[in-house]
Design a protein around this ligand. Structure first.
Ligand code: NAD
Length: 423
């Protein structure tokens, strides 16, 4: 059973990597780049596998496997989160590092993409064990990372405390304080205002921009959000505060539906730190049922492969905004586009996090810190421009938003690689 589940997950991750490569190849072809540029960009330039021995609280020694992938550093240092999860694989880390490159290109940051991960289950580890693992990982990858080489950040099941330990370990190794080594830190260690809710803020801006194009008024618009974790719960709150009616939300255990609008503040109050809330209710519906609800705006903000060839024709929303990474398959993208549903792809919609991570790094480098209002204003400007760029490319070229986002995302990296004489 476990073996089957694992091979299923491995196949899904391979599909995600292959889908990404397919769209990159189409984007490069449309931009007129030769095959060797695709050969360079279809995989990370560097991938380090590390083994980290940790003495556990019970005295035993456990060896953890971790990865750090650096996709392409032609534009600048690579940047991307570190994931702590039992299902981390090399393929997943590779795919995620490519997505980070695309996101950086779309929002025009001076970065390439990077990503890291450790195969572990932090829910079953003590604080002490997690600290040892975080520090061990930094020692293992220290040769290839740094404020001007590759800058990590939080991702699934890692947080500001883990970033603090990692920054401290790196500073000890280098023997000088290095806040710019990592982003997503606590405020007192050089973190940025607005980082925690940045992804959801970015998604909210994309929803607003998409709604304008579809002549939908956010006030009173019916919104469904799949997932009630960091991305989904902040998003539901921002949309609720903007006057939208949140008619459905879900977590891993089921979904809640109320055509009159759910009480988001109450649900936020009751959710646990893993984004679970539906267990408290009796009249739940399934996650599949949630995706097919009558609504104006659908936001998958949980996991990959949720909108597929099987259910894409049943989606009733006019706008789908991907807060999660990879929630819609390529076949489903085609079906939604043919049905004139405006799909805002993950590489654009969820780029608010890396944008504010970049702001954090800039503040660390200059040693001068911005107010929350300044961070929000800059994020707003970056995302509105990026949305417009991707939307206009899609209209002018008569292509879907995913392909146009990839074209915008890949262009700078391809150009920089050519100027450097790599391809
Ligand atoms: P999280 O772990 O905080 O929350 C995940 C939510 O999804 C939880 O409510 C969980 O119950 C739910 N969920 C898990 N399995 C599910 C299933 N099978 N069906 C329905 N719901 C399920 O994670 P997050 O940080 O909110 O990330 C969510 C998605 O957004 C991921 O794809 C992540 O890669 C993407 N993302 C997040 C950020 C960020 O800054 N948090 C940035 C970019 C992209």
């Amino acid at each position: 059973m476990v073996a089957n589940e694992n091979s299923e997950q491995t196949n899904e991750k391979l599909d995600v990597l292959e889908s990404t490569r397919t769209v990159i190849s189409q984007a490069l072809e449309k931009l007129g780049y030769p095959e060797e540029v695709f050969e360079l960009l279809k995989d990370p330039m560097r991938l380090l596998t590390v083994r980290i021995p940790i003495r556990m609280d019970d005295g035993s020694i456990k060896i953890f496997t971790g990865y750090r992938a650096q996709h392409n550093d032609s534009v600048g240092p690579t940047k991307g989160g570190v994931r702590f999860h039992p299902n981390v694989t090399e393929t997943e880390v590779k795919a995620l590092s490519i997505w980070m490159s695309l996101k950086a290109g779309i929002v025009d940051l001076p970065y390439g993409g990077g990503k890291g991960g450790i195969i572990c289950d932090p829910r079953e580890m003590s604080f002490r064990e997690l600290e040892k693992l975080s520090r061990g990982y930094v020692r293992a990858i220290s040769q290839i990372v740094g404020p001007t080489k590759d800058i990590p950040a939080p991702d699934v099941f890692t947080n500001s405390q883990i970033m603090a330990w990692m920054m401290d370990e790196y500073s000890r190794l280098r023997e000088f304080d290095s806040p710019g080594f990592i982003t997503g830190k606590p405020l007192v260690l050089g973190g940025s205002h607005g980082r925690e809710s940045a992804t959801a803020k970015g998604v909210t801006i994309c929803i607003r921009e998409a709604a304008k194009r579809k002549n939908i008024d956010i006030k009173g618009a019916r919104v469904v959000v799949q997932g009630f974790g960091n991305a989904g719960s902040f998003l539901a709150k921002f949309m609720h505060d903007a006057g939208a009616k949140i008619v459905g939300i879900s977590d891993a255990y089921g979904a809640l539906h109320d055509p009159e609008g759910l009480d988001i503040d109450y649900l936020l109050d009751r959710r646990d730190s893993f984004g679970t809330v539906t267990k408290l209710f009796k009249n739940t519906i399934s996650n599949q049922g949630l995706l097919e609800l009558d609504c104006d705006i659908l936001v998958p903000a949980a996991i990959e492969n949720q909108i597929t060839e099987q259910n894409a024709s049943k989606v009733k929303a006019s706008i789908v905004v991907e807060a999660a990474n990879g929630p819609t398959t390529l076949k489903a993208t085609e079906i939604l586009t043919n049905r004139d549903i405006l799909l805002v792809p993950d590489v654009l919609a969820s780029s608010g996090g890396v944008t504010v991570s970049y702001f954090e790094w800039v503040q660390n480098n200059q040693g001068y810190y911005w107010t929350e209002e300044e961070v929000e204003k800059r994020l707003e400007d970056v995302l509105v421009n990026s949305f417009e760029n991707v939307y206009n490319t899609s209209k002018n070229r008569k292509i879907n938003m995913r392909l146009s986002a990839y074209m915008v995302g890949v262009r700078k990296m391809a150009e920089a690689s050519r100027f450097r004489g790599w391809v």
